[in-house]
Design a protein around this ligand. Structure first.
Ligand SMILES: [Zn+2]
Length: 80
């Protein structure tokens, strides 16, 4: 599997970007001039995975447009 050009980690196209990879945060900021938000990491995912992550974040009271803290992890999205 190739390294993702967005986040620098190895993952399938339909899976979220690796928000634990510092490179992803830095590269995103360089490109977009704003902090990485939760939605940025998984808006490209398959619908089922998208829904799982979105529901998991809502369950934690997280807004999808909040910036992602550096030590954060995405909710479970392995059910599909
Ligand atoms: Zn990625």
């Amino acid at each position: 599997m190739e390294r993702c050009i967005e986040c620098g980690s190895k993952h399938a196209d339909y899976l979220p970007h690796d928000i634990t990879n510092m490179y992803y945060h830095l590269k995103f900021y360089e490109t977009h001039r704003r902090a990485l938000q939760w939605i940025d990491a998984f808006r490209h995912c398959d619908q089922g995975i998208f829904d799982d992550i979105q529901n998991g974040l809502y369950g934690k009271g997280i807004n999808l447009y909040d910036p992602i803290p550096l030590n954060a992890e995405l909710p479970d999205h392995s059910a599909h």
